[in-house]
Design a protein around this ligand. Structure first.
Ligand code: UDP
Length: 407
């Protein structure tokens, strides 16, 4: 229990005691999470923290990943973009690719949870196994911004969604008319993970040397995100170029690959083209080394998240936890994390982002205050312990009928 106790310093002892009590009620239940990648992106990030901690609490919690093919992930990325509102043509051929790989996973996967916790659209069709697992409860966890989805994409997923017992969304704006009970649970960050813990001077120097970055030369404006059109890295470059006319600074773009995201190379190429020969733009395509991300965030002067659509944006919580001033688009789950002009600055355009970045670079005291307020907001609302509590309450609620626990 030692690891769990450490969280008490941020959230108080009583929160930890409550987690133990809730975990006690879940004895004998198996929770099986399923998603589409073990590394890369926010879902894998969260699961890699939530699962071990639930296990430490004595809850039998497991995590499995579906199999896919490049064609399957092309289709699921198209569905992902369409759910985010991008107009998309999902042809019969594409849907057949989705159905075929889904059938394979339905046939071959070892499903054994009392509570089946399915993340995002890629594994959604596994719900077809529900009828053969009589007492199982099924949760669909949607991490995507579905405030204005493409109708065809939503229509395709709806018959699956309606078979679940509960659907979880990150923001109230994502609610829909649907059969399952809808639950609002925001994601969270782990303050003790390599991505968020304190780092040593030596670690900072190692990373800076490795990537040849010198924060003493010019202030660093940074965005950390998969190279994905919806994260708008080219928009960040445009904003940086506007800022650069007034404040000399450098831009750091950092992105990794996610196994289920086929668009990385295309978008990275666009980024390099937009960056041109500017020696102050560092556009890095990196391996998955969490402490390096931690260092990049800590050496930055302003952190940007200029997404066009966003499920939640863990990167915003991560940056605020380090008390960094953040400029982020007012989309998806971001306004839950940033109260404008109090715990960061929200923006609505490239020009707006440029204006906000310039303002923060010119007013370090104001920037510092926003960062401090932002950290406190994350401490109160977006740490792992709050997330664990809400998930366990959700699990327990699945066994409640008319207020009576049937566990
Ligand atoms: N991330 C990373 N390396 C990178 C880029 C991103 O480890 O090069 C991490 C980032 O720190 C965050 C997660 O990937 O923990 C991205 O989650 P987010 O919710 O921001 O976006 P998603 O990729 O899920 O859309």
């Amino acid at each position: 229990m030692e690891k769990l106790n450490r969280y008490g310093q941020f959230v108080g002892k009583r929160t930890i005691e409550e987690l133990r009590m809730l975990a006690g009620y879940l004895q004998g239940k198996v929770i099986q999470h399923i998603n589409s990648t073990a590394v890369g992106g926010g879902v894998a990030e969260i699961l890699s923290k939530i699962v071990p901690l639930l296990q430490e609490l004595g809850v039998n919690c497991q995590w499995d990943v579906i199999k896919g093919s490049p064609e399957f992930f092309d289709v699921t990325k198209a569905i992902h973009n369409a759910l985010h509102g991008k107009e998309a043509e999902l042809t019969d051929k594409m849907l057949e690719v989705f159905n075929e790989i889904s059938r394979m996973n339905i046939r071959e996967m070892n499903l054994y949870g009392d509570i089946m916790f399915i993340h995002d659209p890629q594994p959604i069709a596994l719900i077809k196994r529900k009828s053969g697992m009589k007492k199982s409860k099924w949760i669909w966890r949607c991490h995507v911004d579905v405030s204005g989805p493409d109708k065809n994409a939503w229509g395709f997923l709806e018959p699956f969604i309606n078979k679940y017992d509960a659907a979880v969304f990150s923001s109230p704006h994502f609610a829909h008319q649907m059969k399952p009970r809808q639950v609002l649970i925001s994601p969270s960050i782990d303050p003790f993970s390599d991505k968020n813990r304190e780092v040593t001077r030596e670690e900072i120097d190692t990373v800076l040397n490795k990537y040849n970055i010198d924060p003493r030369q010019k202030p660093i404006v940074c965005q950390i995100s998969r190279y994905d059109a919806l994260k708008d890295p080219v928009g960040v470059i445009k904003a940086y170029k506007m800022v650069k006319k007034y404040v000399d600074c450098q831009l750091l773009l950092v992105g990794n690959r996610a196994a289920d995201d086929p668009e990385t190379d295309k978008i990275y190429k666009e980024v390099l083209e937009a960056a041109g020969k500017d020696p102050d733009i560092h556009a890095l395509l990196v391996e998955d080394i969490p402490y390096e991300i931690n260092v990049f965030q800590r050496v930055s002067d302003v952190i940007v998240q200029k997404s066009l659509r966003e499920g939640f944006a863990l990167t915003v919580s991560e940056a605020l936890w380090k008390a960094k001033p953040v400029v982020a688009s007012a989309v998806g789950g971001i306004p839950l994390q940033i109260k404008h002009k109090y715990g960061g600055l929200l923006c609505h355009s490239i020009e707006g982002a440029a204006f906000a970045i310039k303002q923060l670079l010119n007013a370090p005291e104001y920037a510092k205050k926003l960062g401090e307020n932002g950290r406190e907001h994350i401490r109160q609302n977006f740490l792992l312990t709050r997330h664990l509590r809400e998930y366990m309450l959700l699990f327990l609620s699945l066994y409640t009928e008319d207020g009576i626990v049937t566990l």
